[in-house]
Design a protein. Structure first.
Length: 328
């Protein structure tokens, strides 16, 4: 089976007004096949949002690619103009489900009009004309798949909907054009547990119906990824420090940072619910400076003197990739 998404040694940096390069993402590589969901977790500021922009080809200054490549169905997203990306990539090949559904929706327009604008804009960019009647028919057919009260949703303003309805509406709009890759940026963070379950079920239903091919699910809630993702990547200071199956990463973490991250989480699992969460001392390093050795060394409880000197590379440990020379 060919890869839907291929990321090869992707590195991204920000350029300050003084001409200084801030390396936000360093040598990230992974591939995804049809039907896969990849979870990405890490602290705020670890580079998740920057990576998302790179995966969508949105290199908007001060963000620039340093090196590497991103391919969707074999088509590179590098060295493309913003107009080309908007016309041929966004919503059609790569789409994003934003974190704040309420902020993502125009409060002065009904859901059906917001969705219709998406379809009309992309039809126009392809030199096609589509009538409002055809647009609304497709919207109704698509929203009927979501198990929602379609007429109520489509004819409502965002403020008239519940948080769960808004989030599901955003998911519906983001997947209208059947993109190959969907990137969900913490789509359940502002929802209660019951609504989270509904949203996650909706995501799985869309994947099973081939509305989209693969998904990247970004969240701070690492235990949640066990129920959502097939594979999980743990990100720290712009690098992947551990990459494996959901079961491996959640139940048998090998990198010290992954262990610390799991230890800081509250969990309802029977084997962990009586455990008190622990804090991760210190703060991530500044990426504006060149970092020698392991980027987690200053916070790692098991760090050795050589950790601060020797560059850590990903190696296979326990059937997954770990960026630590001393992981077992």
């Amino acid at each position: 089976m060919s890869h839907i998404l291929e990321v090869k040694d992707l590195s991204l940096h920000y350029l300050t007004r003084f001409g200084q390069k801030v390396s936000a993402v360093t040598d990230v590589s992974f591939t995804m096949k049809q039907g896969e969901i990849l979870g990405i977790a890490g602290e705020s500021g670890c580079g998740k949002s920057t990576l998302v922009n790179g995966l969508m080809g949105l290199f908007i200054p001060p963000l620039y690619p340093t090196g590497g490549d991103v391919l969707v169905s074999g088509e590179s997203l590098m060295n493309r103009t913003p107009q080309d990306i908007r016309k041929n990539i966004l919503s059609q090949k790569v789409s994003m489900i934003p974190q704040g559904a309420f902020n993502a929706l125009n409060p002065t327009r009904k859901i059906k009009d917001i969705a219709a604008d998406v379809m009309a804009a992309h039809s126009a960019s392809q030199g096609k004309n589509i009538s409002k009647h055809d647009i609304y028919k497709r919207l109704k057919d698509r929203f009927d798949l979501f198990g929602m009260e379609t007429e109520h949703i489509l004819n409502s303003f965002p403020i008239q909907l519940t948080a769960g309805e808004r989030q599901r509406s955003v998911i519906g709009i983001s997947t209208l054009l059947n993109p190959k890759v969907v990137i969900a940026d913490e789509p359940t963070s502002a929802l209660d547990v019951t609504t989270q379950k509904v949203v996650i079920k909706m995501i799985f239903d869309l994947l099973e119906k081939n509305i989209f091919s693969t998904m990247i699910f970004i969240t701070h809630e690492l235990p949640l990824l066990r129920h959502v993702a097939h594979n999980i990547a743990i990100m720290y200071a712009g690098e992947f420090v551990e990459y494996g199956t959901a079961v491996q990463v959640v139940h048998d973490p090998r990198h010290p940072y992954t262990k610390a991250l799991m230890g800081a989480m509250l969990s309802a699992d029977s084997e962990q619910k009586n455990r008190k969460p622990t804090t991760i001392e210190g703060a991530p390093p500044s990426l504006a400076k060149k970092i020698e050795g392991c980027r987690f060394a200053d916070r790692c409880p098991s760090a050795r003197p050589e950790c601060k000197k020797n560059t850590q590379n990903l190696k296979t440990v326990g059937g997954r990739l770990v960026r630590c020379d001393y992981a077992e």
